[in-house]
Write a protein that binds this ligand. Structure first.
Ligand SMILES: Cc1cc2nc3c(=O)[nH]c(=O)nc-3n(C[C@H](O)[C@H](O)[C@H](O)COP(=O)(O)O)c2cc1C
Length: 303
């Protein structure tokens, strides 16, 4: 018998635990001719803001050993345009949609959620509290600000609110606890790792903003550690994220305590990665004779 891959996350049922990670899969529907989108557990959109943003100057991407740096700078069409055609097309796919949002102020987060709120079909919102590419401070590095963003968004949101946190903190489990206590229904661990790379031929930084966020296979052990530490400290569910390239990687995050996972850079290597990860994940459960994906969550982290 095939294992049951479905997972309950913050009261929402997902048919499997493999989601797209924000910003690495466009608005979600554009890849419909490349992969069977219906197979995905969930689709997390690129981060949407109140006003359109053109993002940072090029170069915005640099490949590094076993990973990449990016400094996209939240390029997006703005929420008002997004809720028209793109969101409607996305919802039609029939896969739960999690809309990632960010703002430069608390009010921008709240207004964006209010505009999204009139749309039926969104399963959750993910608050990007951790973008390392804005000139202003990373929101979750300012605890009172982070708490207020979560509290105020919770007041207006009709759907669960997930807080996506930065891994660049002394103790991620403390940060996750603060997010939970402010009302977050789940946390995503983690966003990219602030990093830089230099073109030694040109004696120039490889990114226009000098520093950017590191992602891909090279960050996986650090993000698994974040999940492992936070799982002990919080009750709300975790989306594990960072360096997931294979089904085995997804299992690893779930053993450490993630309820579901989101996959970013692997989709940039090949959009088919997500489908392969789901198939590989299922095969591992079969080989281990595990009946339900829920059984492995936090298995390595139970005491
Ligand atoms: C090109 C690129 C764009 C990204 N844009 C966003 C974004 O808009 N919002 C966000 O929360 N995270 C963004 N991220 C971070 C990813 O969602 C994810 O947290 C990170 O890449 C780690 O996962 P990975 O190693 O599987 O890529 C972006 C990452 C990349 C590589």
């Amino acid at each position: 018998m095939n294992p049951d891959l479905s997972i309950n996350f913050a009261g929402i049922k997902f048919k499997n635990p493999v989601f797209t990670a924000s910003g690495t899969f466009g608005y979600g529907y554009e890849l419909k001719d490349l992969i069977p989108l219906k197979k995905l557990g969930g689709i997390v959109t690129k981060t949407i803001t109140l006003k359109p943003r053109s993002g940072n100057l090029q170069p915005r991407i640099a490949e590094v050993a076993s990973g990449m740096l990016n400094t996209i700078g939240l390029q997006n069409m703005g929420v008002k345009v997004f809720v028209e055609e793109p969101l409607k097309k996305l919802i039609k796919i029939g896969v739960p949609v999690i809309v990632s949002i960010a703002g430069a102020t608390i009010n921008e987060y709240v207004e964006t959620v209010k505009i999204l709120g009139v749309q039926n079909g969104i399963s959750a919102v993910e608050l990007n509290l951790s973008c390392p590419n804005l000139k202003k401070k990373i929101v979750c590095h300012d605890l009172p600000l982070m708490q207020n963003v979560i509290k105020d968004v919770k007041k207006v949101s009709k759907v669960p609110v997930i807080a996506k946190l930065s891994p660049l903190v002394t103790d991620i489990s403390e940060l996750a606890l603060v997010a939970q206590n402010a009302g977050a229904d789940g946390v995503t661990l983690a966003n990219t790792y602030p990093a830089m790379a230099i073109d030694v031929k040109a004696f120039k930084p490889r990114l226009s903003t000098i520093k950017g966020g590191m992602s891909g296979a090279c960050v996986k052990p650090m993000s698994v550690r974040c999940v492992y530490d936070a799982y002990k400290n919080i009750k709300v569910p975790i989306i594990g994220c960072g360096g997931i390239m294979t089904g085995e990687d997804a299992v690893e995050f779930m053993l450490a305590g993630a309820r579901v996972v989101s996959v970013g850079s692997a989709s940039l290597v090949s959009p088919k990665s997500l489908v392969n990860i789901i198939d590989e994940f299922e095969n591992i459960l079969k080989e281990k004779n595990i009946k339900s994906a829920e059984e492995i969550i936090g298995l390595l982290n139970k005491n």
